[in-house]
Design a protein around this ligand. Sequence first.
Ligand code: AKG
Length: 276
Amino acid sequence: MPKVLSQSQIDYFHEYGYCAPIDVMSEEEAHALKLRVEAAEAAHPEELGPTNRNNAHLAYTCIDEVAHHPVIVGAVSDLIGEDIVLYGTVLFFKEPKSAGFVSWHQDATYMGIEPHTFITPWLALTPSNPELGCIKAIPGSHKDGIRTHDDTFGEDNILTRGQTVADVNEAEAVDLILRPGQMSIHHARTVHGSMPNQGDERRMGIALQAYMGPDSRQTIGEHLVQVVQGCEDGGDFSVLPRPDADRDESGLAARAQANANWAEILYAGASKVRAY
Ligand SMILES: O=C(O)CCC(=O)C(=O)O
């Protein structure tokens, strides 16, 4: 019996490689969360600015609560089963009228995780629509295996390498439009990207990238994860703690360790390394 998703949402995800919108919390709750995230950004800009937005869930309770939110975890278990670990998180924030974009890519390409059965929920803290540069996905693209990606290192490209699938038929793309408090979920191999924010407000989303089963393994670096649910029998991973308080010592150390590990994995074989 599914916990959060309807059977038609589950079937849609398997057929098209994404599902949206999914209600997680009310707009009021999402707004309160946005204010907490923005207060943390204002207090620690060097730790949450554009070049340091990975794995904040390990050190900031407002992001940790999202990573372990019962509705998000329930929807994830409807898709991948009861035993769940979380690999990492990314804050995807776009400022009003800014050039930052995300090129067409498949998450599984550089993450080093096998098998490619992991999934990424993306929770909107603000509206996310075409004007503000919402995620766009190519339906059914998760079924075709990994496509060739070129590393562009484009200045305004938010991705580490500016990795880009070249021959995407953009006419097929679907906008994943969300109100604050809703999420989308996409498959590890779904081709997706997003355009610049042309609007007058920030577009803020938290990507839980990604939830996976304990049978997953890291083929490039160390497999560091948080246990979200189940997994008593362990797996091929080292477990990172949840923070007890904002920026507690063990949380900051866990985040530094996870970020260093990600840099090693995401830039493996790259011709350049950026600051994130
Ligand atoms: O936030 C965006 O615009 C893109 C997000 C993304 O690529 C992802 O969550 O995998």
